[in-house]
Write a protein that binds this ligand. Structure first.
Ligand code: NAP
Length: 286
């Protein structure tokens, strides 16, 4: 059985849907914090078990029978994040999982300027130390993250953000489909995959042009000093660690950590990954 964590979240849920297109329902299970949110999956015959990363015993039960486990990374940072991942990896070992797949990120490295990429590198080290077969899906930066950063510009027409660098923004759907493809072709990747990226690396100057073409409205790009951006984020209610985390995305982008464009994602899904323009048009049409 293939078991997916975070299956009530965006990436996990879409991965389950792609798995159900490829496998009989009784080969797919989910480990979710709140089983009520996965009731429709249970009704379709998917094994739904409660599993919280803060309750290791629940995870051992939820991972029972996992030939492969897809561990979807937690939406936390720093020690709190790695502690949760450690609990899940230990539970997978206890449950006898045959292989652990983990949603890492391109640029995962101990010396990354982006905290999340340092957390991913630490988690990959934990996986390496298990002695089990493992695969780290080095996912491209979510285009959804860029679209969140653009939310205010969408209305003002001014992309007022810190100095950045090119990022190969990538769609959730393509990454979910790639995860399902790798899960159903076990052993295709040992350890980290190549970066699974969208088709182009774009800085926010390029994004401004794309936004203008997509909407027919002018978009400007204003570079905001990092400290001013941090203050704005705090004034809008972001906790200081989140403001710092957001700022560190720009530092890592300037450092070229998200610039790679790689054909592996296209090979896995059998088509060109969605362009940033397509994803922007889709989101802004909602
Ligand atoms: N590659 C990138 O660019 C990028 C960008 C941002 C984030 N990420 C990472 O990718 C992950 C998946 O992305 P996403 O868009 O699917 O995020 P998401 O929609 O926020 O999903 C996160 C999932 O984690 C679950 N979760 C949180 N705390 C948990 C706990 N204590 N025990 C069990 N489950 C828990 C959530 O459960 P509920 O449904 O119950 O809330 C949810 O299903 C994120 O969590 C983050 O680590 C990657």
């Amino acid at each position: 059985m293939i078991i997916v964590t975070g299956a009530t979240g965006k990436l996990g849920r879409r991965t389950v849907e792609h798995l159900l297109e490829r496998l009989p329902t009784d080969r797919v299970g989910v480990s979710v914090r709140d089983p009520r949110k996965a009731q429709d999956l249970a009704e379709r015959g998917v094994r739904v078990r409660q599993g919280s990363f803060d309750d290791p015993a629940s995870l051992v039960h939820a991972f029972e029978g996992a030939e492969q486990l897809l561990l979807v990374s937690l939406d936390r940072t720093g020690e709190e994040c790695v502690t949760g991942h450690r609990a899940a990896i230990d539970a997978a070992v206890k449950a006898g999982a045959g292989r652990i797949l983990y949603t890492s990120q391109m640029g995962a490295a101990q010396d990354s300027r982006f905290q999340a990429c340092r957390d991913h590198a630490q988690t990959e080290d934990l996986l390496r130390a298990t002695g089990l077969p493992w695969t780290a899906l080095r996912n491209g930066f979510y285009a959804a993250s860029a679209l969140q950063l653009l939310e205010s510009a969408r209305h003002t027409g001014d992309i007022a953000l810190p100095a950045d660098g090119p990022v190969s923004w990538t769609g959730h759907d393509d990454l979910a489909e790639a995860a399902a493809a790798i899960l159903t072709d076990e052993g295709r990747f040992e350890g980290p995959t190549p970066p699974l990226t969208g088709p182009a690396a774009l800085d926010f100057d390029a994004v401004a042009e794309i936004a203008a073409q997509a909407t027919g409205r002018p978009f400007t790009r204003t570079v905001v000093p990092g400290e001013a951006f941090r203050k704005q984020a705090l004034a809008h209610g972001a906790p200081a660690p989140i403001a710092d985390l957001m700022l560190s995305i720009f530092a890592a982008a300037r450092n070229g950590e998200f610039t790679a464009v790689d054909p592996t994602l296209a090979e896995l899904i059998g088509r060109e990954p969605a362009t940033f323009r397509t994803l922007l048009e889709h989101t802004w049409a909602e």
